[in-house]
Design a protein around this ligand. Structure first.
Ligand SMILES: Cc1cc2nc3c(=O)[nH]c(=O)nc-3n(C[C@H](O)[C@H](O)[C@H](O)COP(=O)(O)OP(=O)(O)OC[C@H]3O[C@@H](n4cnc5c(N)ncnc54)[C@H](O)[C@@H]3O)c2cc1C
Length: 570
């Protein structure tokens, strides 16, 4: 197996192969976590597979979540034990076997407000959470603990004394969702899947009632190709209904969107050695450690506007600040907010009025011969969704296929990660990088770190920090374009790295240096560099302006002021 380089050359090869009219077993539409997971599931069963993504991998919901790999304590409260157990099983697999380089434990504190009954009630919930995870794939995370008020304040000195009478401490896990999804696509490519980003499906191929493939526009070359396949899997998240409409399907179920936003604030604004989970009137609020920042989120409101660029309004931002400030000694203000992002939950349309009451379970349907639709679910259970979707596709294949084996298929970078982490000091000495840089690289690339170190060895300037975003190395920008399928500046600044939300200027200063590094790999002209930078700056401006608008409608209209990624010059 190679390391599945998602390089410009690999994209051309995939286009050439897919354009030759050969019939594949499966084509998957949508390069979010579910579609990328389905491509990996299908290809590791021995099927021939293509994965086509309209924009960039994870550019939809899968880069905009709370980034928790969790069972979901609040689903326990909804008595959804099956969902919690399944998600905890997946959490164990990811932490221990499938992606230990990307998925790591995170500690949470749950402040108790009432003496007596609340400790019993919430304590039983957290204990059950531990039991459910231990009874599945092996927990891989420490047990929960009960804390006194004094103990809780030691862990989180920023909490107001009157905000709690004691606390519970428990563990979950977190992941950089966009990187994990890209790793899924890359691992699928390493096993032989044909993987294409910037390739929206614009129509379906049909033979009478049967779906026989898809019509795809290659946005980079502005040409259309037809991909024939025995089975098509629609994994387009909040776009599910739009995709189904293309096939003229009446719809056995519908997917609606609920918006959730998050804020990033610098780590020193909240003195705490642990994350927080706080109750709100309708749901919960997380304060999650994220490198040198805290992620604060989230909201949960219906959204029927632009799906590609959901916008956070000033009302959303104020809501989060108000909620978190209820427990903090020193309140956060808008000036503390470094980054903001908004995402859309793909919810199976249900009867309930309130989106936070809808279950995060998923559905798989085969509405027409040759077509499978998968929707709903949550990030943590992507592998189960992918497996169920491919099972449905296999069911309709004449020759059948083996059972899913993705529970035993580590993602690229997982093999050897722990040994390399133990050797980080030796790697630092050998490469000339500081050990903190090596740790940063190991947590983002796992054992593929050798590929980056080889680039630095051949050009030492790549071992320097990126101007404008010093937490990242220049080599990471080059590698994103040469190995990780980044096609445009926005892909690198918002998803391969998180510069767009982690740096106070939202990546404005880093935009040009990053574009110039990408240009070398992608063969951009000076004009293309200018266009990429201009486009990114307009996007930042539009996002900032939208966040000053009072509500969804005005924020959406303002955000749409900036066009989508510029096409390559032709
Ligand atoms: C605010 C928020 C917080 C969340 N937090 C968590 C969490 O902490 N933990 C958790 O487990 N889950 C969480 N979730 C849920 C989780 O993020 C989603 O369930 C998951 O990312 C959905 O993945 P997906 O692949 O179904 O959709 P997406 O990631 O949206 O993927 C669909 C893809 O299809 C592509 N597409 C659309 N139309 C076409 C077309 N015509 N042709 C080709 N491609 C197309 C899109 O570009 C997109 O990339 C959260 C969700 C939100 C919104």
């Amino acid at each position: 197996m190679d390391t599945g380089r998602l390089s410009p050359e690999a994209r051309e090869t995939a286009l050439g192969t897919l354009g030759n009219g050969e019939e594949l077993d499966v084509v998957v539409i949508g390069g979010g976590v579910v579609g990328a997971g389905a491509a990996l599931d299908a290809v590791t069963r021995g099927l021939s597979v293509a994965l086509v993504e309209a924009r960039d991998f994870a550019s939809g919901t899968s880069s905009r979540s709370s980034k928790l790999i969790h069972g979901g304590l609040r689903y326990l409260e909804m008595l959804d034990f099956g969902l919690v157990r399944e998600a905890l099983h997946e959490r164990g697999l990811l932490v221990q076997r499938l992606a230990p380089h990307l998925v790591r434990p995170v500690r949470f504190l749950y402040p108790l407000k009432h003496r007596g009954w609340e400790r019993l009630y919430a304590g039983s919930g957290v204990a059950l959470y531990d039991v459910l995870s231990a009874s599945s794939s092996g927990r891989g995370l420490p047990h929960h603990r009960h804390l006194t008020r004094r103990g809780a304040l030691r862990a989180c000195p920023s909490l107001r004394k009157d905000a709690l009478v004691g606390a519970l401490q428990y563990y979950d896990a977190q992941v950089d969702d966009a990187r994990h999804t890209m790793f899924l696509a890359r691992t699928a490519a390493a096993y032989g899947a044909h993987v294409l980003s910037r390739a929206p499906v614009i129509g379906f191929l049909r033979e009478s009632e049967r779906v026989t493939g898809v019509r795809v526009r290659d946005l980079e070359h502005d040409r259309v190709l037809e991909i024939r396949a025995k089975q098509v899997i629609n994994a387009t998240g909040v776009w599910t209904d739009d995709t189904q409409a293309m096939v003229g399907e009446r719809g056995q179920f519908h997917v609606r969107a609920s918006k959730g936003i998050h804020l990033l604030v610098p780590r020193d604004r909240i003195q705490s050695s642990t994350g927080l989970i706080l109750r709100t009137a309708s749901s919960v609020l997380f304060v999650i450690p994220w490198g040198r920042h805290w992620i604060v989120g989230t909201t949960d409101t219906d959204w029927a506007l632009d799906k590609a660029h959901p916008a956070a309004s000033s009302r959303d931002i104020e809501y989060l600040l108000t909620e978190v400030n209820k427990v903090l000694i020193t309140p956060l203000t808008k000036d503390d907010v470094v980054g903001v992002y908004a995402g859309l939950r793909p919810l199976l349309a249900g009867e309930s009025e309130s989106t936070s009451q809808l279950s995060r379970e998923h559905t798989v349907a085969s509405p027409q011969p040759g077509l499978v639709v998968v929707a709903g679910g949550k990030y943590t259970t992507y592998r189960v969704m992918a497996r169920d979707a491919v099972d449905a596709a296999v069911h309709a294949l004449d020759r059948g296929a083996p059972k899913s084996c993705t529970d035993t298929v580590p993602l690229l970078g997982a093999e050897g990660f722990r040994a390399l982490r133990n050797q980080r000091h030796a790697i630092a000495a050998r490469s000339g990088l500081h050990v903190a840089r090596v740790e940063h690289l190991l947590g983002r690339y796992g054992s593929l770190v050798d590929e980056l170190l080889a680039l630095v060895a051949s050009d030492s300037s790549l071992g320097a920090a990126l101007d404008g975003a010093e937490d990242y190395l220049r080599v990471e920008i080059v590698y994103a374009a040469s190995h990780e399928g980044a096609r445009h500046l926005e892909d690198v600044l918002t998803r391969r790295t998180r510069i767009s939300i982690e740096v106070a200027d939202r990546g404005v200063a880093a935009a040009r240096p990053a574009a110039e590094l990408m240009a070398g790999v992608l063969g951009w002209s000076d004009e293309q560099v200018e266009r990429e930078v201009e486009n990114y700056l307009r996007r930042v401006e539009a996002e900032r302006a939208s966040q000053n608008q009072p509500d969804d409608e005005t924020a959406d209209a303002t955000r749409l002021g900036a066009a989508d990624v510029v096409p390559l010059a032709r």
